[in-house]
Design a protein around this ligand. Sequence first.
Ligand SMILES: *Cc1c(COP(=O)(O)O)cnc(C)c1O
Length: 374
Amino acid sequence: MSIDLEQIKLPSDLIPKDGRFGAGPSKVRDEQLVALARQNRHFLGTSHRQKPVKNEVAKLRAGLSEFFNLPADYEIILGNGGSTLFWDAAVFSIIEENAQFLSFGEFGSKFAASAKAAPHLKNIEIIKSEPGSAPDFLPHAQFDVYATPHNETSTGVMKPVKRVSQQGLFLFDATSAAGGALVEAKDFDCYYFAPQKSFGSEGGLFIALVSPQLVAQIEKIKSQNRFIPPILDLSIALENSRLDQTYNTPSLSTIFLMSEQVEWFNKNGGLSWAAGRSKASSEHLYQWAEKQEYLTPFVQDKNLRSSVIATIDFDESINADLIAKILRNNGIVDVEPYRKLGRNQLRIATFPAIELSDVQTLTAAIDWVVAKTK
Ligand SMILES: *Cc1c(COP(=O)(O)O)cnc(C)c1O
């Protein structure tokens, strides 16, 4: 029976123009690719130490400064390895002794575990809460760093970016939030992310927006005699970023595609425009989930519901797995829940590049499939 159900064909008016709703890698716009193809001979396959590529890195850094309205004394650090590498770089180059971590899903817990395991650090305190909720920091003078995800991509919980103490450096993992949620530089010392989510590019790079206090901490740690593997040494990454390059060879297409996306955002109105698009799409999903009796938003506290990742629980009479399979067979991909969460759920990304009209078509498609499978 379920084999036949999987073969259900959606009517053509229920198929979104673009069927990519994944949490990352996420939708890349055709316009980005066309621009890259046009530049191919002058850009791809050329030295990353020469003008054409360095100019593109400079354009990306300037575009991000404008997009996030960064104060003149904030800097942008770029390097290879994505956000996961940045966690280990922070363990070596940002945390001096003691840090407090919030852990409320897969990504926050990984960074915390990495710091906890580092023999050169002292007290790593991890405050946890159940998936679907978020804990608060408990500030204490001993901590030189506080770290939390801005958006926990595994659960769809978004925690507002703010400082809870005058002392200490505040680090936010904004891998999925950056670009799709409002933020102000005064509220963070380090806001780091990767290109494959709201920036609709490819993986492999980390980007960190950092305050002068954070730069001072990197320099302070560098002056101590801690062993720092060069690839994790943020003083080296910073030195290279200031020269519009990375320490080792980056993916040139990743840089270009991201730079195109940032330009698109800025031309249309910047962060408030981009975040507004995510907000409109995610609100459509939450309202739909509250209206349909077979759906419930997984995150109960409305203030913690993410603008870029909507997690929607299905009534147990409906098999969300099967729904995801049917959608996938119709070209609508990556709405499966985070694998380790193990819920009867769909997880739908609403990054700025995703069209509200496609999200509306998607919800109509899901209602149609549910009716068919009942
Ligand atoms: C995707 C994601 C990561 C991992 O990013 P990589 O670039 O693959 O290392 C880390 N944190 C959050 C919140 C994410 O969404």
